[in-house]
Write a protein of this length. Structure first.
Length: 134
């Protein structure tokens, strides 16, 4: 089957809430963990938004540890559109973030395609990749 654009406000809001929640959860985790690398703490902050052991979950965790992230601030995020194919949703997202990587303050802008799957009456993020069209 092919993907269809999500036009339902309720559906779109649930997707936005999940993605935005993951930003907030990650930011709070970075503050709370203080570089200790507690997987249990990471799990408690991220599991409401990300499927545990999914590619997204693991990628974010590995990035955090690899770059010794000491601070993370989302400056801007725009969820441009979302399409659904069965239980899978793809969302096109622009992000501008500030973070401290290996002791250096860095600002970056990225375009991502998030993959979410239905979970109960909401969604969980399972993957994110660079937007190939950007």
């Amino acid at each position: 089957g092919s993907a269809t654009l999500i036009t339902s406000r309720v559906e779109y809001d649930k997707i936005c809430k999940t993605i935005e929640g993951s930003f907030e959860g990650y930011s709070e985790f970075v503050k709370a963990d203080m570089g200790q690398g507690s997987i249990d703490l990471y799990n408690s902050y991220m599991s409401p938004y990300m499927k545990i052991d999914s590619r997204a979950y693991t990628t974010q965790w590995n990035y955090y540890n690899k770059w010794n992230i000491a601070a993370y601030t989302l400056k801007d995020a725009v969820i441009n559109s979302a399409s659904k194919n069965g239980n899978v949703v793809f969302a096109w997202v622009y992000e501008q973030i500030e973070e401290i990587k290996n002791g250096v303050a860095v600002t970056s802008q990225e375009y991502w395609v998030y993959r979410l799957e239905t979970s109960g009456d909401g969604y969980l993020i399972t993957d994110y990749t660079s937007d190939p069209d950007r």
